[in-house]
Design a protein around this ligand. Sequence first.
Ligand SMILES: C[S@@+](CC[C@H](N)C(=O)[O-])C[C@H]1O[C@@H](n2cnc3c(N)ncnc32)[C@H](O)[C@@H]1O
Length: 410
Amino acid sequence: MDLATFDWLRSTEGAALLDVAAEAYADADGDPVAAAEQVRRRAPGASADQRAAALSQVTLRVRAVAKLGPDAIEMWFTADALEQATRRRVADHRAGRLAAAQPGGSVLDLGCGVGGDLLAFSRAGLIAAGLELDPLRAAMAAANLVALGLPGAVQQGDATTVDLAPFDAVFADPARRGARGRVFDVQQWTPPWPWVLELLGGAGAGAGAGAGAAGKALVKVAPGIPHDLVPEGVEAEWVSDAGDVKEAVLWSPALASASRRATVIGDGGLATLTEEDDPYAGEDRPVQDVGAYLYEPDGAVIRAGLVTAVAAGVRGGLVDPHIAYVTSEDLFHTPFARSYRVLEHLPYREKQLKAALRERGIGRLAIKKRGVSVTPEELRKRLALRGDAEATLVLTRVAGEGTALLVEPC
Ligand SMILES: C[S@@+](CC[C@H](N)C(=O)[O-])C[C@H]1O[C@@H](n2cnc3c(N)ncnc32)[C@H](O)[C@@H]1O
C-alpha cells in the first residue's frame, strides 16, 4: 500500500470500504477469493487498488490479533511491519520495566515501525515519541496511537542523525530483515551494530554516550546474539512468551540490574531469573545421575546460560555437563522448566528401542532430543510404531553416552 491509498482509507469513504471489507471477510470465513468477490459486488464504486488495500488491511488486522491482542482490529499494518512488530505481552513487559525505572519519563523509539513498542511505552505511562524512516510506517504508527486513544507523537526521520539529548531514554529495535529474509549478521542490521553499541555506551563509546541525557538506552536484538557481543556493564535479558524465546533486550548500564536475565512470560504472569540466582555461576557445573524427574529448561533460561540456576532451584543437577537437561529426585513446579516423571530407561540402539516400544504397545510417540543427532520425524517412521498407548521419549547424552528415557509430563 502507498501513502496516498493509506490516507484515502482513513477518509470517510475509506472507512466505509473497510467496513464492507470486514463484513465480506467474515461472511467468506476468511476465504480471500470469495471475500474479494463480495467486496467487488458490495463496493462497485471503489477502485481495484482501494478494494485490495481495504481487504488486505482487514486480513492483517485479523492475523495481528494473536500477536497484539484485540486492539489489533483497530490498527494499521503492512505485512512486513506486522511481522517485525513486538508481541504485545513482550512489549508491555519491556515498557513496564522502563516505566518502573523512570516513572512518567520520556522515551524516543528509534525506528518505531507501526508502533508495537511505541504503543506499549505510551500504555505504560511514558511520554512516547517515535521516529521512523519509512513514511508509510511512520504515518501508520501515528494513526495507531490515535486509533487506540493513546498519547504520543511520531515523526518520519533518520534515527542515526537525530539529537537524543532531550529524551530521558531511547529504545531501538533495528531491522533484522533483508531482501532475502532474516539477517543474522549484526553488521547487516539497520541501523547497524556500531550504532547500537554507541547507543548502549559500549565498545569505548563511554557510558551511554549515544543515549539520552541520562544514558538510558535499551535495544531489542535477536535471541541468538552471542554472549561475547554484549558489552561490559550492559544487561542482556532473554524473553520467552508461552515457551518460545522471542527476543533479547540489551539494557545500558544506567538501566541494567544484572548481567544475564531470563524472563519467562506465561498466561499466569511473569517470572525472572538472573545470574544472582545461580549458585554455580563461575563454578563447575553440577552433574548427577538421572533421577526420578527430568526438567527441560525454558529457551530463555538456556540462552541466558542459567540452566544451573534451574538445577539449584529443583535441588538437582545436569544430566551431562554439556546438555541442557536437569534432573532431580524431587518434583518442583517451576515457571523456568517443564517437568517430566522418568518412567524407564530404554535401550538407545534403534533395533532394541523399536522392540521395547512394540512390547509396550506404544503407537503414538512424542520425541524430544538434545545433544544427539537424530531427526525425530525420520526416527518415528523407522520405529514403525504400533499400539494404542501414547508416550514421550527423550533422547540425549548422559556422561557422553546416548540415552533413551521414557517420560511423562508432570
Ligand atoms: C524491527 S522494526 C521495528 C518494529 C517495532 N519495534 C514494533 O514493535 O512495531 C525496525 C524499524 O526500523 C526502521 N529503521 C531502519 N533504519 C532506520 C533509521 N536509520 N531511522 C529510522 N528508522 C529506521 C525500519 O523502517 C523498521 O520499521
